[in-house]
Design a protein around this ligand. Sequence first.
Ligand SMILES: [Zn+2]
Length: 244
Amino acid sequence: MDMFYSGRLGEKPASSEPEHMEIIPEIETKQRKVIVCLDNGHGVDTPGKGSPWTLCKVKPELPFREYQYAREIVAYLTVCLMNDGYDVRRIVSEDKDIALSERGARINKIVEEANQKGYHTLSISIHNDASGMGNKWMKATGWSVWTTVGQNNSDILAQCLHDAAKEVLHNKNVKTRADRQDGDDDYEKNLAMCRYPNCPAVLTENLFQDNIKDVEFLLSDEGKKAIVDIHHKGINAFVEKMGW
Ligand SMILES: [Zn+2]
């Protein structure tokens, strides 16, 4: 008896039950006409931008590099946003640092493409803050968002992100930082990644890489999820508010 082969290759053994079609549930696919540009901050070759342990072997042993963290958050956030039907673009796919003007040019090329197809665009540059030189652990703590000086749609995006940050972080006993001088919660400075893009553009400083408590939180699963959730919720709230 041939133990290995009976019938034609690929043929299923006869079944006593009639075969029926598998019912595949129809998945609701919502395609939003919004392109989200995500800039993952610095490169592997950007000097500094790490925890005092990583840069100067100052204990406690908390290894942290800003360029790497931003890439991890952007990867995770991309999946969440794609599931919501957004067109998501990572501005820097390289590991090395890309000049700010080049990043701005990449975003503006996408803005042009979006305008041609009747899509909207927004841009977020993702960072971690620092208050020292990386050679000792510091006291400053908290999450903040930055826009250019003056009011435009970027300030609305910033406020949506800040509101989400308060919702996500405060019940975890993690602080947010706000500059209330002009009546909203963002900080204003003409940073390149807020100034170059021809679309609503903000920069988020996701806690301090030279604060022990902040780094412990950032490295935890809960912390990573929180940072992703802030951006995810904030973007959704903004898009709804704009009626996009
Ligand atoms: Zn940075």
